[in-house]
Design a protein around this ligand. Structure first.
Ligand SMILES: *Cc1c(COP(=O)(O)O)cnc(C)c1O
Length: 394
């Protein structure tokens, strides 16, 4: 029995973590290939992060955003220096970063005297978080059900179908909102061509392009941000998950002419960007900006991808597709993914399912070749077990 809302069906508990591994209180070790859903990019108990956090914890945890926060200003400047953006608003989560992005896009047109322009075109299969605004943006009926009239102003187009986007644009459209790689709905990589067409469409119709890089950003694809590989820049971008390495932190980034609509009184957050969070955020960025860090992600991505394709050749009856980019990879499988995830857990490998019956692999970005080989061995063993059972059943 638990005193918690039953919003999650939970399994085992962990007591500590070290690098790629998590340990139960009995000391049983699990190999982490999910990173708390794309969060623990530096794995567990990273020495640099722990030092940064401890040192800030002994000085100052929190002050209100009515005071200057040097750690926050430093992190904002570094994000600006390393992205398309000119200004940053810090949040505690991805959902809040999306809320800020939506509000900022609407306020931009409001300030231009185009108050009617509040509509945002999002996509089928999207996930943007769980607030009322974010579930309306995501549009997933399962997440909207039971929570009243959805927040108005969201329409949904088909990913990779530019005609379906064009048909939704009218005089009330403010922005297009998209995940460059849809995470929750099954590691669905949006094509570069389509992403570029969206940028072009936004320029032609004076719309804002909002990217949700909450899951695919912060080094996950092998670049600091996924848009870098696409060859476009957004106008607004939401990030979170990897940015805090496990400490709750998110951010909304924007170009200056857009960010400037958000003046004193228009938006706020009590905790967002507090000294402790930003000290950790700065430490995460220290590591990710080390010259060898992102090349390592790219190299490990190649290795993991290679193994996954080998696995697909070995078990074509169970693996329909290898999907993803960088260390955001997925296997579309035929056995029910929740059962397969449970089978891997039983074999001490942590993974997570996604929509479309996809097994999602999001290892910490510090993963090594030996970890990949170990994970592949466990996944192979699991498929072999299923194969045995299928053989017995004829
Ligand atoms: C996880 C996620 C969110 C929501 O982030 P929270 O921190 O859970 O609020 C939003 N968008 C995408 C793409 C995500 O993967």
């Amino acid at each position: 029995m638990s005193a918690l809302f039953e919003t999650y069906s939970r399994s085992i508990a962990f007591e500590k973590g070290e690098g790629m591994r998590l340990f139960t209180k009995e000391g049983i070790s699990y190999l982490d290939f999910m990173s708390g859903v794309g969060v623990n990019s530096l794995g567990h108990n990273d020495a640099h992060l722990v030092r940064a956090m401890k040192s800030q914890a002994e000085k100052l945890w929190h002050v209100s955003n009515i005071f200057s926060i040097p750690q926050q200003e430093e992190l904002a400047q570094r994000l600006v220096d390393n992205s398309f953006a000119d200004a940053v608003f810090f949040t505690n989560s991805g959902t809040e970063a999306i809320e800020c992005a939506i509000k900022t896009s609407r306020k931009y047109y409001f300030d231009k005297g185009q108050e009617n322009r509040t509509d945002i075109i999002a996509f089928n299969g999207a996930f943007h978080g769980r607030s009322l605004g974010a579930i309306a943006a995501g549009g997933n009926p399962a997440y909207l059900k039971g929570f009243g009239e959805p927040v108005a102003g969201f329409k949904h187009a088909k990913p990779n179908d530019i005609k379906s986007v064009k048909s939704l644009i009218n005089e009330n459209t403010a922005a297009i909102l998209i995940e460059p790689i849809q995470g929750e709905s099954g590691i669905n990589v949006i094509s570069n061509d389509f992403m570029r067409s969206l940028r072009k469409l936004c320029d032609e119709h004076d719309l804002l392009l909002i990217l949700d890089e909450v899951q695919c950003g912060f080094g996950r694809t092998g670049k600091l941000f996924a848009y870098e590989d696409i060859g476009i820049t957004p106008d607004i971008m939401a990030i979170a998950k990897g940015i805090g390495g496990g400490f709750p932190l998110g951010a909304c980034l924007a170009k200056s002419d857009i960010a400037k609509s958000m003046v004193v009184g228009t938006h706020g957050s009590t905790y967002g960007g507090n000294p402790l969070a930003c000290a950790v955020g700065n430490a995460v960025l220290d590591r990710i900006l080390e010259p060898q860090f992102l090349p390592h992600v790219q190299e490990m991505s190649k290795k993991l991808n290679w193994h996954l394709h080998q696995l697909q050749q070995r078990f074509p009856q169970y693996i329909k597709e290898v999907r993803g980019k960088g260390l955001m990879l997925g296997l579309k499988i035929t056995p029910p993914v929740s059962e397969f995830v449970a089978l891997l857990l039983k074999n001490h490998l942590l993974t997570i399912g996604a929509g479309d019956n996809v097994l999602r692999l999001l290892p910490p970005l510090i993963v090594q070749q030996s970890d990949i080989e170990e994970a592949i061995e466990i996944i192979t063993k699991a498929f072999k077990e299923i194969e045995e059972v299928d053989k017995l059943n004829g």
